[in-house]
Write a protein that binds this ligand. Structure first.
Ligand code: BGC
Length: 760
């Protein structure tokens, strides 16, 4: 079974898509899948997690560091690059098992010979500041070669420039580029060390480029190595000396040792996360690839950053963190790497003050989390997010002000983390305050309707962004209700187990609405319910009165392919067409509160009305289809989700604005659809429930799961589920299949549970 993504020719049209498809990264930095000779026009980017900068009045975005792996070959005076010289053969390959990028390019020369340039690179998982590459040249004829290599300081930015005072110096034989970010004056340093054992090296004063000239002999392979380190003032107080020290240490260890350590860590990561599907090679590869994309952006070493909506693939969407993290990516980490899950949730705790500022700005209490969150938690989302294609004017959108469900999403994530890991320290380290502050925010946002005698949530935008400023969006209301419940349960838990912490934390809330008010609001809180006859849940008040137009008809009305369908006068606004899963997402999130019939009726009603205009949408339809026992309905939605970054079939540009990049929420959604959907895995904090619903052609699925400190293997086939535990398994979990009574499994044993109902 292949672990490689591969292209066997060079296609100019695919440079941008391949930049995403061949991404490397380690959570500290992302390195786009570009070629060695590429520069800013090909969107080369070394995107740093958590370092943001604002240039003038343009929006803030993450900083791209100079590219220390830049390399270009000149042969007999002629520059060889895929742009300037069409290659006679070209391979670009990514090994997702060990996160290594490879390119091999053969150029035909005028005298009939060929020259082959190869380069392997990896972004070290062992030293998160390190990039490593091994290159080689081989020519069939004697020729004169110049290798130009060094640090390309002319970086690609969407809204830059961000780096000022660029200074290049030589420290011993390491090249050092230092600059400072414009807004916060944070030093950004790149050190580069190139190791050649041939040729004459020359350094042009003041530039960060070395020239290595030599006479290449026919048939001989010339190999060299590059070590590059990246440090910023956010990492250490002396980034220059640290970068130089670290690049020398890397050179001393050498390529093979560095690769060994990197590989070893990747083996360990896959041993905790690989999902094996028997009977479907395409799904197998797409799912592994989705997992790979999640692993390269996971913040393994920092709780100050989370995962942006485009991962570390550049500056699109301002490098901002959305609800995508809690609702679409967190489940993967909760089942495979709880430390990363903790870091993601700690990020929300660290940005609580930003959320408090946003609530106060709008005149509310508590914490209103940023729709687009960066380093401080202040909202990076602008009030005018979309340009009208007809007038060119910015359109007022209500993502920032009205997508209040974000605070409920954060609370949902924190509670899931505690439920999955049993690690209550998250609550005592700030999690409880986040939860209570979000509940206070909703309390101050809600309206009491004296006629209907209930609390309602008015004037919001739900997940479906095409219908802004609606009342009683079912999804939002369900999350507000959950937030209030979690706020009360958190108080009970702390009172019971950590009374001193409780009295200290809760004293802050003595002034305003707190538990009594939460309880009162919960007792009279309105969440839209299924209509008894049709079983349909109305997405928001009066949604059913909108024009029921049908997607083909709506598309027929489109005048410009880039026109925005939502907003004040968008085509979808007055119709029942929705951008992405909304009610169906709620049915997935609260799946135990609804019957199969309700889920099916709503799936059938809403799916034809869903544009899937967001990559967050199809996976939810796959999940609910599996849940209601119709996995084959769900399968195409799963595949669409799992292949989004392989096919590049998503919008790349709006006007001249690049909006492409990777899609981590879809990557997480693919994992959710396969594991929580098709294998039906559902942990409730005590028992692991398994209700398989495999697509027809899947013979089995096998995966490791980490819960409460234990890792075990699950194998789900057509007729049985096998649980295999490790020798040190703590025996704390129960395993239940198809709703039957839970069974325990001894350490180092296998438990086989027969499937009695058809699993489709
Ligand atoms: C979706 C949002 C999502 C954002 C970032 C938008 O297109 O509608 O739900 O959070 O993209 O992925």
């Amino acid at each position: 079974m292949s672990w490689a993504v591969r292209d066997s020719c060079f296609d100019k049209q695919l440079v941008t898509t391949n930049g995403n498809k061949y991404m490397l990264g380690n959570g500290y930095m992302g390195y786009r899948g570009t070629l060695e000779e590429f520069g800013k026009s090909e969107l080369v980017a070394v995107t740093l997690a958590g370092l943001y900068d604002k240039a003038g009045e343009k929006w803030r975005e993450p900083v791209n560091a100079p590219n220390g792996l830049w390399t270009k070959i000149v042969c007999n005076g002629q520059p060889l690059s895929v742009h300037e010289h069409e290659p006679s053969s070209h391979v670009q390959k990514l090994n997702i098992r060990s996160a290594i990028h490879h390119r091999s390019t053969e150029y035909g020369m005028t005298d009939g010979g060929t020259l082959t340039f190869t380069a392997d690179r990896f972004v070290s998982q062992d030293n998160l500041h390190l990039l490593v590459s091994k290159c080689s040249i081989r020519s069939t004829q004697d020729c004169q070669i110049v290798i130009e290599t060094g640090i390309d300081v002319d970086v690609w930015d969407i809204n830059g420039p961000h780096l000022y005072g660029q200074k290049v110096q030589l420290q011993g034989d390491a090249l050092l580029s230092s600059s400072t970010s414009g807004e916060l004056n944070i030093p950004v340093v790149v050190a580069e060390k190139a190791v050649f054992n041939f040729g004459e090296q020359q350094l042009d004063e003041g530039t960060a480029i070395r020239r290595i000239s030599f006479e290449a002999r026919a048939g001989e392979t010339y190999e060299w190595f590059k070590y590059v380190t990246v440090y910023t003032g956010l990492d250490v107080s002396g980034p220059e000396s640290e970068a130089v020290k670290s690049v020398h240490a890397a050179e001393t260890l050498g390529y093979d040792e560095l690769l060994k350590a990197h590989r070893q860590l990747w083996e360990e990561r896959w041993s905790l996360s690989d999902v094996m599907i028997e009977g479907d090679e395409d799904a197998q590869f797409a799912l592994r690839y989705s997992i790979y994309q999640l692993l390269i952006i996971a913040p393994t070493a920092s709780e100050k950053v989370s995962i942006p909506a485009r991962g570390l693939s550049g500056q699109v969407y301002k490098g901002a963190v959305f609800w995508d993290t809690e609702m679409f990516m967190l489940p993967f980490f909760l089942h495979t790497d709880p430390k990363v899950a903790r870091n993601l949730m700690m990020y929300r705790i660290h940005t609580l003050d930003g959320a408090r500022r946003k609530a106060a700005e709008y005149g509310f209490l508590g914490a209103f989390y940023a729709w687009e969150s960066q380093d401080t938690g202040d909202d990076a989302c602008t009030l005018f997010n979309v340009n009208d294609v007809f007038t060119g004017r910015p359109m007022r959108t209500y993502f920032r002000d009205k997508q209040v469900h974000i605070s409920g999403d954060v609370v949902h994530g924190i509670w899931k983390y505690v439920q999955f890991t049993g690690d209550e320290s998250l609550l005592t380290s700030g999690g409880a305050e986040v939860i209570w502050e979000c509940a206070r925010f909703f309390y101050s946002y809600a309206y009491y309707n004296p006629v209907k005698e209930r609390f309602e949530i008015l004037d919001v935008t739900g997940p479906d962004e095409y219908h802004e400023r609606v009342n009683n969006n079912a999804f939002t209301n369900a999350l507000v209700k959950e937030t209030l419940e979690i706020a009360l349960r958190t108080a009970e838990l702390l009172q019971d187990k950590y009374p001193e912490v409780y009295s200290q934390l809760s004293s802050v809330f003595s002034e305003g609405p707190f538990l009594t008010e939460f309880k009162a609001m919960l007792d009279r809180f309105y969440v839209p319910q299924p209509d008894p006859a049709s079983l349909l849940i109305e997405q928001f008040d009066r949604y059913f009165t909108l024009e029921d137009v049908g997607l083909p008809e709506l598309k027929y009305r489109v005048l410009n392919k880039n026109e925005y369908l939502g907003g004040g006068n968008g085509l979808a606004t007055t119709t029942t067409i929705l951008k992405q899963a909304d009610v169906v997402l709620m049915l997935n999130l609260f799946k135990h509160s609804f019957t199969k019939e309700v889920k099916q009726a709503n799936w059938e009603f809403y799916e034809p009305r869903t544009e899937h205009g967001s990559s967050l949408s199809p996976c939810i339809y796959a999940l609910v289809a599996a849940d209601i026992g119709s996995p084959d309905w769900g399968y195409p939605y799963f595949m669409r989700t799992a292949t989004v970054d392989l096919t590049g079939e998503s919008k790349q540009y709006v006007g001249d604005l690049y909006i492409g990049g990777t899609h981590p929420a879809a990557n997480g959604g693919a994992w959710m659809a396969a594991v929580l959907g098709f294998t039906g895995l559902d942990y409730d904090g005590g028992t692991v429930h398994i209700k398989p619903s495999l697509p027809k052609h899947w013979q089995s699925v096998e995966l490791p799961v980490t819960l409460r400190g234990d890792t075990f293997k699950l194998r789900i086939s057509k007729d049985e589920v096998t649980v295999t535990t490790a020798a040190d398994y703590s025996e704390s979990l129960l395993f239940s299949v198809q709703g039957r009574e839970g069974k325990s499994c001894a350490a180092g044993e296998s438990l086989r549970l027969a499937l009695t109902e058809t699993t489709v």
